[in-house]
Design a protein around this ligand. Structure first.
Ligand SMILES: Cc1ncc(COP(=O)(O)O)c(C=O)c1O
Length: 959
């Protein structure tokens, strides 16, 4: 290979951890001669693909960025006044640099391990407080996927809540006609399978009765109009229907908030709080509600508790608060959400404070008012008398306006019936109004336009009776960090509390925390990608188009399928979209009564939760003692439910980390009984280039791009869960209201390509590695796991391996044998923090175990440090067994040891401070201090507080 060919492959060596010599050493430890031998022993022969993947690359990082510049230049970023839920915004540079583009924030995992996640937990608590304050509703979650799915979550929550108590028949949900079109679209998708009738109408004339369990309106609405909904809300409450308000947080700085109007739920997107439009995302949706619903809210809620020392400590409330843990009883499947973007929005509010936000909102309102006045003077008729940022006018000739506007690189929103919408945003300058007005003037044959700004007089575009008088964001955190120095330090102080991939490996089984390379991520901030509105005309996003087309083709090829939809915003959303495709397929063949989905007991909770959301009945099937699907039990159930079998959901390799030998037989059984096979792609990191779901016999799979394809986890999102399908299911992929106008769309997200801007990460990942690099990455993921297994099995029992005693890309360490010594899996997880490590996946899929997935990106030295830590922990456990350590007062039970504990004047433990804090030599060189001692979950759940407490509370608990 010449020097230039070597250069093209240089990213392999940057992405894959072990080098040649280390590979040999590792194979020696495993007891095998070559990587090929390991793969042959691990991946069943009958599912191996020999063909090379048909993807681009490999190319060097520099070449990639140069090529991408050319693709980026095909995107034409116009000045956007389209609005409809997406607005240009100014990301404060201090947040862009220190949060959005900072691996200390974006490589974090979901904060399940609270002691090493206090930074992002605090930021997410700020997010909840901000949402709660602005909406005037007492409880908010820490983000959902987008505005459309948040509206659907609200509808489903209210339906399930009422249905549980009353078992309602013929349930109806009223949707005001002036809700954003994409939100209505997603609501329709979600309502159909659960047999909720969506009734669209005009709220001012709607007739409601007891069959309605809920209503939704947009405030301000899709016309930009501010309506007084109070009489309507009273009408809804009079028939016992609950009220959802889709709203805009910036507008709420000036408008009476939904909670004060009587709403039960408020939802929306926090995008315009400093998060770029990114052609549709990622953005954090919010969800706020009344206390009554606190136990049924979808998504994650951060709550305040105390640690073992009684200090204030944050953690995910109510044992993680995730609905999907309840499997088929769950009312939502949300797992990955939009934590990174929620943090950005929260920091934007921390930086601006209530006064700053109001200034931004008032500037926007003033500009909209000036624009309205001039347009009225020109003779245009405005439809919305009251408005915040959007002016909607009637024009005689939309085509001319559009032509003139686009010639000036301006986009408006064009309603279908001859109206034009102009949404002002934070980036709009005074001079921009002149450009807008010139377009309208020219359309009337005039060459001049002028604009007057009334800075002092109060604008009359917001009605007095809907003007906000209540205060908000009074908490010190929103009133302190307003200078750049303070903001930078606040961001850093939170970042320092959190363990991220830039500190050490995070080997979370089923989560694939691999390298998220800088080259993959840098273009996400390029304006050609970040400033694109998702509803801009197609000719303006040719660059995105090229990327979408190529990526769809590559993902189809990698999975062995015919078509791909990039719309779902998370793995669970992909499950839902894939199951809907199966449902539509059966219905299309006049077999709508195929309504049963088989799911093995070992499946992730989102599988049954998604199946129920898609309107299926779930039958759980058994696993055998080796952790494999019990094929006979599966066959028995498939045959028993033959007439109604819709399909099977199966994870491969299994959630037990094994390539089950019987997978082809399993697929055949389902097909023979008329069902379709859904493959959960969470474990694709063990498949890429070696085998493929389509080749194995599945009909559809989702991919977690935030696992296998290098999108960072962002502390609990963003994610992307595209689905790949065979020819049979291709006609039933999700569409979008902007694409399939007037037709049924099955949309699962607000934007046609989901969180489009982060598709760039996966696009780069594939192109940098190329076919051979991708295959090698998979081989090394399997090598790294088997190497760690080989080192650890001397000390720990490993649950489940394949027939040749190898594991796939992850393996489960059984900690249950130590229970008799009083040691739980949780103690080991917490003790790992003292060694500077994040715990592996805890108690999934088997309680009392940890599941380790090192990924291909970790070098041997890091794998060795992690193994050394676990081996030393084993020694610490043995010390309890042989009596040299106390059963209750030991390094495991008291873990993690915070700096405060270690440096306290009093030390009463039978072990030393250095045993506690520096158990191995390497720890001294790079000590990571957990910010708190072990968090007390029960205390927090008993005293549920999910917003920043008043400042006195800090004093009471001694922080
Ligand atoms: C096996 C499996 N399936 C589905 C999911 C859900 O994916 P997401 O969190 O992207 O919704 C996960 C998440 O960890 C998983 O491990």
């Amino acid at each position: 290979m010449n020097l230039f060919e070597q250069q093209a492959r240089e990213f392999w060596e940057r992405h894959i951890g072990p080098n040649k010599q280390e590979t040999e050493e590792m194979l020696q430890t495993i007891g095998l001669a070559s990587l090929d031998e390991l793969i042959n022993k691990t991946v069943p022969q009958d599912i191996r693909i020999e063909k090379t993947l048909d993807v681009a690359g490999p190319i060097s990082e520099d070449q990639y960025l140069n090529e991408l510049r050319k693709t980026a230049s095909k995107n034409k970023v116009f000045k956007n006044y389209i609005g409809q839920g997406y607005y240009d915004t100014i990301t404060p540079s201090v947040i862009l640099r220190n949060l959005f583009e900072n691996p200390g924030w974006y490589t974090q995992y979901t904060p399940y391990q609270a002691e090493i996640s206090q930074g992002r937990l605090e930021s997410l608590l700020n997010f909840q407080t901000m949402v709660s304050d602005l909406t005037a509703l007492p409880i908010a979650n820490a983000s959902l996927l987008d505005e459309g799915s948040a509206a659907a979550e609200a509808m489903c929550m209210l339906f399930n809540y009422k249905n549980k108590a009353e078992n309602i028949t013929a349930p109806k949900f009223f949707v005001d006609k002036n809700i954003f079109a994409q939100t209505k679209d997603v609501l329709l998708t979600r309502a159909t399978p659960i047999k909720v009738e969506v009734v669209t109408g005009d709220f001012s004339t709607a007739e409601l009765d007891e069959t309605y369990f809920g209503v939704i309106v947009q405030y301000p609405n899709s016309d930009g109009a501010i309506e007084d909904y109070r009489p309507f809300f009273e009408k809804a409450h009079a028939v016992n229907a609950k009220v959802v308000v889709a709203t805009d947080l910036l507008a709420l700085t000036l408008l009476i908030p939904p909670g004060e109007l009587g709403a039960d739920v408020a939802i929306g997107s926090s995008q315009r709080f400093g998060v770029p439009m990114g052609f549709g995302g990622p953005h954090a949706a919010f969800f706020a509600t009344k206390d009554e619903f606190k136990r049924v809210i979808p998504g994650r809620i951060i709550g305040v508790s105390i640690d073992a020392q009684g200090n204030r400590a944050l953690r995910m409330a109510l044992q993680t608060r995730e609905q999907h843990i309840r499997r088929e009883k769950a009312t939502s499947n949300i797992c990955t959400a939009q934590a990174l973007l929620a943090n950005m929005a929260a920091m934007y509010v921390v930086y601006h404070g209530s006064i700053g936000l109001k200034k931004i909102a008032n500037r926007i309102s003033l500009l909209a008012h000036a624009l309205s006045k001039e347009l009225l003077e020109m003779g245009f008729e405005q439809v919305n008398n009251y408005y915040f940022d959007t002016v909607k006018v009637k024009v005689n000739d939309v085509a001319t306006i559009r032509k003139l506007a686009e010639a000036k690189r301006i986009n408006f929103h064009y309603f279908e019936d001859g109206f034009v919408g102009i949404a002002i945003d934070e980036t709009t300058a005074q001079c921009d109004l002149l450009d807008i007005l010139h377009v309208f003037a020219e359309s009337m044959g005039m060459s001049d336009a002028a604009v007057m700004f009334q800075y002092d007089t109060k604008s009359d575009n917001i009605p007095a009776e809907l003007t906000r008088t209540s205060t908000f964001l009074l908490h010190p955190v929103f009133n302190t960090h307003h200078s750049e120095s303070e903001m930078m330090r606040y961001l850093k102080s939170l970042e320092n509390k959190d363990l991220s991939l830039d500190h050490s490996m995070i080997p979370l089984g089923s989560c694939t925390m691999k390298l998220n390379s800088a080259t993959e991520l840098i273009p996400v901030s390029w304006p050609e990608f970040s400033k694109m509105h998702p509803f801009a005309p197609a000719y303006q996003w040719q660059g995105y188009h090229d990327i979408v087309v190529e990526l769809e083709k590559w993902l189809s090829n990698i999975t062995g399928f015919a078509a791909t939809s990039l719309q779902p915003n998370s793995g669970a959303q992909g499950e839902y979209a894939g199951l809907l495709a199966i449902k539509e397929y059966h219905a299309d063949r006049n077999e709508a009564d195929r309504n049963i989905i088989l799911i093995p007991i070992s499946a992730h909770g989102t599988n049954p939760a998604s199946a129920v959301m898609a309107g299926f009945k779930v039958i759980v099937t058994k696993c055998d003692e080796a952790g494999n699907i019990d094929v006979e039990d599966l066959r028995k159930n498939a045959e028993k439910y033959k007439r109604h079998l819709a399909g099977l959901m199966v994870t491969y390799p299994s959630t037990h980390g094994v390539f089950e030998e019987s997978i082809i037989e399993i697929c055949n059984i389902i097909h023979e009984n008329g069902g379709m096979v859904y493959m959960d792609g969470a474990n694709m990191n063990a498949q890429v280039g070696l085998t493929a779901p389509g080749f194995i016999g599945a009909d559809v799979c989702h991919l977690n791009l935030h696992k296998t394809f290098a999108i960072p986890h962002g502390g609990g999102g963003p994610g992307m869960g595209p689905i790949c399908v065979n020819e049979k299911l291709a006609p039933f992929l999700p569409g979008h209201v902007n694409i399939n106008k007037g037709n049924k769309t099955n949309a699962v997200s607000s934007a046609p390509y989901g969180s489009a801007s982060i598709l760039l990460v996966s696009y780069a990942y594939i192109k940098l590695l190329g076919a051979e690099g991708l295959r090698r990455a998979t081989q090394y993921a399997i090598l790294n796991a088997n190497y760690m297994k080989a080192r650890l099995e001397v000390y720990y029992k490993i649950l489940y391996t394949g027939k040749n005693n190898t594991c796939a890309h992850e393996f489960i360490v059984d900690l249950r044998p130590f229970k008799s010594l009083g040691i739980e899996a949780e103690d080991v997880a917490k003790r790992l923090m003292d060694y500077g490590f994040h715990a592996p996946t805890l108690s999934f899929p088997v309680a009392g175990t940890i599941m380790i997935e090192p990924t291909e990106s970790e070098p041997k030295a890091e794998l060795d440090r992690y193994c050394d830590a676990l081996i030393n922990i084993h020694e610490e456990i043995m010390a309890i067994e042989n009596g040299s350590a106390d059963r209750t007062d030991n390094v495991l039970k008291n873990a993690p040891h915070s700096l405060q504990v270690i440096t306290a004047d009093v030390w009463s433990h039978p072990y030393t401070r250095s045993q506690a804090a520096f158990p191995l030599a390497y720890v001294r060189q790079n000590k990571f201090w957990p910010a708190i001692s072990r968090v007390n979950n029960t205390y927090g759940d008993r005293n549920l507080i999910c917003t920043c407490e008043p400042i006195e509370a800090y004093e009471e608990i001694g922080v």
